[in-house]
Design a protein around this ligand. Structure first.
Ligand SMILES: Cc1cc2nc3c(=O)[nH]c(=O)nc-3n(C[C@H](O)[C@H](O)[C@H](O)COP(=O)(O)OP(=O)(O)OC[C@H]3O[C@@H](n4cnc5c(N)ncnc54)[C@H](O)[C@@H]3O)c2cc1C
Length: 463
């Protein structure tokens, strides 16, 4: 797009736009186009920082009428950098914050650009939670629309299982509130279908009471990884839904608050969450603390919910290089565990990891065709992430993640969580939506026949 066209576009847009219009000549341009994954470096022509739904409507209409590539930015966390485009226009929701909790109805109205830290803070005041992810700087927008897996998945389901309605600006610039009663097909599609169907300007969530919370990570030496994983695959699925725990491989970070004698020590970890009464939690964890000898590090205890939600934020600040690969698994076979142990021994940096997130419990009790999310029969969402602060490590972390994924993929259910993969082509998107893809493509054809919203794990409109 030429500088003259950008100037003209900004002048025209300004007539109907209250927020900021940022372009390559603006002093804040580089800050505004920067997203969480430093591997992504894109240069949009216009960043439309919206302050209200009117701004979103104006920006979507302008992009459509002028045939501009359109990207929508929530929290900017997607690994593939789906919230920013080259040339084109970014609808940036980062100024559209705000959370209103109704403690009597146990609901929250959350603006489309909020992050989970903001939701957790607002809801905690009332002893309520909306299930989300494990890093509180993540955007509500992208995480929810892709599904939303976190500490409370077994207890309260996915983020989408707690979505009551969504205020949306559609491809033609019209505004709807999608819910079970209003545009039910659209409401079905946005629960897992990502940003394919429009811009969500506000999410209406059901909230859940959380009276007790006892949680945190428990680390064991990496030499125990195979034993811990073989025990975990049987143990966790047999527990009641108020027990959560994701499994991971980590190198213990070389810095405080970790004890110096453990710095750089390869370890396996289970990040537990127990939302039953605290006295029961002590009894529950006592045998686990003995099971493999004393853990290397045991940070499990009573904790305020937002503290757990933000516990890992400091390990993963914005600006690192990230390369993601994912898949779902219904079982962890002995052979798969052997491959895990092999690749865990080759973690390329201390920031790199593999996590297995449980998706059974409450999330698994929802029917597979009740929402667009296709993995209700799976037990774990696996993610392998090569991460480094150093751009020179790009190839090393990417190669490790790809080789690890290739070794595990034959043991998987064949598709992945769309929020934890890079842009991997249409075949992978279809595999990830499985039997729900066809219906999604039909709904896409109705709501976005021109595929204006294509900066996402793209569902092509059915022709
Ligand atoms: C450090 C880290 C930890 C993570 N942990 C978890 C986790 O525990 N659980 C989990 O489920 N996921 C997790 N994720 C993945 C996360 O869900 C995705 O990266 C998600 O896309 C982030 O949402 P966002 O709004 O920040 O992203 P963005 O990059 O802003 O957006 C991602 C996609 O969603 C679209 N989008 C965003 N907001 C809106 C909106 N309001 N309306 C329409 N479309 C929108 C964008 O256009 C884009 O296609 C994590 C990611 C990171 C980087």
């Amino acid at each position: 797009m030429t500088a003259t066209f950008v100037d003209q576009a900004i002048e025209e847009l300004r007539a109907s736009f209250r927020g900021e219009l940022i372009h390559p000549g603006s002093p804040e341009y580089d800050e505004a186009r920067t997203i969480y994954n430093a591997m992504i470096d894109r240069r949009p022509a216009i960043i439309a920082r919206c302050v209200d739904t009117g701004d979103v409507i104006a920006a979507v209409n302008y992009a459509r009428e002028h045939d501009l590539t359109l990207a929508v930015r929530g929290g900017g966390h997607h690994g593939a950098g789906l919230s920013v485009c080259d040339d084109g226009l970014v609808v940036d929701l980062s100024r559209m914050k705000g959370v209103r909790v109704d403690p009597e109805a146990r609901t929250a109205l959350v603006m489309g650009g909020a992050t989970w830290a903001e939701v957790d803070h607002a809801t905690h005041a009332f002893g309520l939670v909306a299930p989300s992810g494990i890093i509180s700087t993540t955007g509500v927008g992208g995480l929810t629309l892709g599904g939303g897996i976190g500490h409370h998945t077994r207890r309260f389901g996915l983020a989408i299982d707690n979505l009551i309605a969504a205020d949306m600006v559609l491809a033609d610039g019209s505004f709807v509130t999608a819910s079970a009663e209003n545009h039910p097909d659209l409401f079905w599609a946005i629960r897992g279908g990502g940003g394919n169907f429009g811009v969500v300007t506000a999410f209406h969530f059901k909230l859940n009471p959380l009276e007790h919370f006892y949680a945190g990570p428990m680390f064991w030496d990496m030499s125990l990884a195979g034993d811990v994983l073989r025990w975990y695959r049987e143990f966790l699925p047999a527990q009641s839904d108020d027990i959560g725990g994701f499994f991971g491989f980590h190198i213990i970070p070389p810095g405080p608050p970790f004890p110096e004698d453990l710095w750089n020590r390869p370890a396996c970890v289970i990040a537990w969450s127990h939302s039953g009464p605290t006295a029961d939690a002590e009894a529950f964890f006592a045998p686990i603390r003995e099971r493999f000898g004393p853990p290397l590090l045991d940070l499990v205890g009573p904790i305020p919910h937002p503290a757990l939600q933000g516990m890992f934020d400091g390990l993963y600040p914005p600006g690192l290089q990230w390369y993601w690969k994912a898949d779902f698994f219904s079982e962890l076979t002995d052979e798969a565990i052997d491959r895990h142990v092999e690749f865990a021994a080759q973690l390329p940096t201390w920031n790199s990891t593999m996590h297995l997130y449980p998706v059974d419990g409450a999330a698994g009790k929802v029917a597979n065709d009740a929402t667009a999310w296709n993995w209700r029969d799976a037990k774990w969402g696996q993610v392998i992430v090569g991460v480094s602060p150093d751009a020179a490590d790009k190839e090393r972390i990417t190669d490790w993640a790809r080789a690890y994924w290739e070794a595990l993929h034959p043991h998987s259910d064949g598709g992945a969580y769309v929020n934890m993969m890079m842009e991997e082509g249409q075949e992978r998107v279809q595999a990830s939506y499985g039997e729900n893809y066809e219906r999604l493509a039909e709904i896409k054809a109705r709501y976005d026949p021109g595929n204006i919203f294509h900066m996402n794990q793209n569902i092509r409109p059915k022709v």
